[in-house]
Design a protein around this ligand. Structure first.
Ligand code: COI
Length: 364
């Protein structure tokens, strides 16, 4: 049975003027819509008490298990204003499925795909005006998450959980906008190891990444790049985003992205770009790529472009690579033509100016 969402409207929503100001320059993750969705779970009743409520603080028992043992997963997806004024989300069913893969890995209950999409619709019904106008770079970032609420200090899967959905108008994720980022190849720390939680969108993975990200910043780089946990040799992902390497150029370009090793995140944008790149006639490969292959390939000119992709970052070019022993510029350090073409195709499809040939957009 699908959930019915009750609604309590915010008594003091943000004024139209202030909202327009926010939507004109939202940044990333700084502003939130007037409402949120909350659904509770316990082992006896399953998912129940689905509601849309005013956005605001959540009361938790100090012994809530998430505060001690970090049982928390999340998703990130975007809703876009279409040229006809309607709103559509990019592949929300794929995010819902990944949410459940993450739930299983963290011994949490699954949240039905229909209810996941239903929760997006319930929020957008009331916060429709928070989706930025069509035609720009902005969108409404949607952040569904689930955490253990049961009050207990026993180390075991909790019996009670809460699903929450919040919305945040979003512009470019990186401060420099679409400017190429610099990356630091990290050998001291690893993000995830075989058999670990790396392929789940689990809050703890992000907590564990912060020190290495700070180290990358100290070395003068925008982002950390993670290597495999065993040999510290193969490239896994960048910060919270997947990576692509472009070999060659023009119609001969070949795209390589690290294979899903079990310890990197199976990105929805990554999966979509593999399809869009193949549509565009590029050959695509999912395989291991070592730091040596990257350095040699960039130096010989065989690797012409590198870019990161994710819901938040969309497609962000990588202009410079640094490690403790090496440093080099990718191409001429600016956005490459394949990167730009794929970005235009993906964003055009999401914003309704290119045909949705794969049926990826879901009206909300
Ligand atoms: C996303 O791209 O949606 C992410 O989750 C990356 C980051 C903002 C955590």
């Amino acid at each position: 049975m699908t959930l019915e969402f009750t609604r309590t409207e915010h008594p003091h929503p943000v004024s139209d003027g202030r909202r327009a100001e926010i939507l004109a320059a939202p940044g990333f993750g700084n502003h939130f819509t007037d409402h949120m969705v909350v659904v509770d779970y316990d082992r006896d009743r399953g998912w129940h008490d689905a509601k849309v409520t005013p956005y605001g603080p959540i009361a938790l028992d100090p012994a809530a298990m998430v505060l001690h043992y970090a049982q928390e997963i999340f998703e990130g997806l975007k809703a876009y204003r279409q040229p006809d004024g309607t709103i559509a989300a990019f592949r929300p069913e794929a995010n819902a499925e990944r949410f459940n893969t993450s739930a299983r890995r963290l011994a949490m209950p699954e949240f039905p795909v229909d209810d996941f999409v239903g929760s997006l619709r319930a929020l957008l019904d009331v916060d429709n005006a928070w989706v930025p106008p069509a035609g720009g770079e902005e969108s409404l970032y949607l952040r569904p998450f689930m955490f253990a609420t049961e009050a207990s200090l026993g180390v075991r899967p909790a019996n009670q959980y809460r699903y929450v959905l919040i919305g945040s108008p979003a512009g470019a994720y990186f401060q420099g906008g679409l400017k190429p980022v610099s990356v630091y190849l990290c050998t001291e720390y690893v993000r995830a190891s075989p058999g670990g939680t790396g392929s789940a969108k689990f809050g703890g993975n992000y907590a564990a990444s912060l020190l290495a990200q700070a180290q990358a910043a100290e070395k003068g780089c925008d982002q950390v790049v993670w290597l495999d946990a065993i040999e510290h040799k193969y490239i896994e992902e960048m910060g919270g985003m997947n990576l692509f390497f472009v070999f060659g150029s023009g119609s001969q370009a070949r795209l390589v992205t690290p294979e899903l090793s079990g310890s990197l995140l199976p990105g929805v944008t990554r999966k979509s770009l593999l399809a869009l790149a193949a549509d565009a006639g590029y050959s695509v490969e999912e395989r291991k790529i070592s730091t040596k292959e990257l350095a040699d390939g960039v130096r010989s000119g065989e690797i012409t472009e590198v870019f990161a992709c994710g819901t938040a970052a969309v497609i962000t070019p990588v202009g410079r690579v640094q490690s403790d022993t090496d440093e080099y510029t990718v191409g001429d350090g600016t956005t490459g033509e394949v990167t730009q073409a794929l970005r235009d195709t993906l964003t055009g499809l999401q914003r309704g100016t290119f045909a949705d040939t794969h049926g990826w957009m879901t009206r909300l």
